[in-house]
Design a protein around this ligand. Structure first.
Ligand SMILES: [Zn+2]
Length: 149
């Protein structure tokens, strides 16, 4: 004798469905009367095979915002230098800053950092060179004024 877990109607053994409510009858649910859903015959959950976990230091692009080193963006400074200070060094700095941003966008942080450092060096030398040139220019003006020009 089996019992319907839904409507508690008694059904003869071997009847697959309750004749009162249509609820499927299983020997487990009838025996325990807990309304447990019929479980598969020992099927393991499909999540047994996880994808391989990559520890830190995996090659390839980083997920955005995670573990990525901060590559400074010198593009604005390079453009400012081109406009205000030293045109040739500023253009070189723009090229390297653009390369740094490009390499950063594809996840190549080593190359991005290298190009960013090169851009920074160009910007620093451009500013230093501009200060020296401007200083010499002022010095020449002072000497010229002192010389009665
Ligand atoms: Zn029933």
């Amino acid at each position: 004798m089996a019992r319907c877990p839904k409507c508690q109607a008694f059904m003869p053994d071997g009847v697959p469905f309750c004749s009162q409510c249509g609820c499927p009858l299983t020997s487990e649910s009838a025996a325990s009367s807990m309304g447990m859903p019929p479980a598969g015959p020992g099927m393991p959950p499909p999540m047994g095979q996880n994808p391989p976990f990559y520890p830190n230091g995996m090659p390839g692009p980083y997920p955005p915002g995670y573990g990525a080193p901060q590559v400074p963006d010198y593009l604005v400074w390079a453009i400012l230098e081109t406009l205000l200070c030293c045109l040739p060094l500023g253009i070189v700095a723009i090229v390297y800053a653009s390369q740094a941003n490009l390499a950063k966008s594809v996840g190549n942080y080593a190359e991005a950092m290298q190009n960013a450092n090169t851009a920074k060096t160009c910007i620093i030398w451009g500013v230093v060179g501009s200060v020296i040139v401007i200083g010499l220019y002022i010095l020449l003006l002072v000497i010229g004024a002192a010389g009665g020009l």
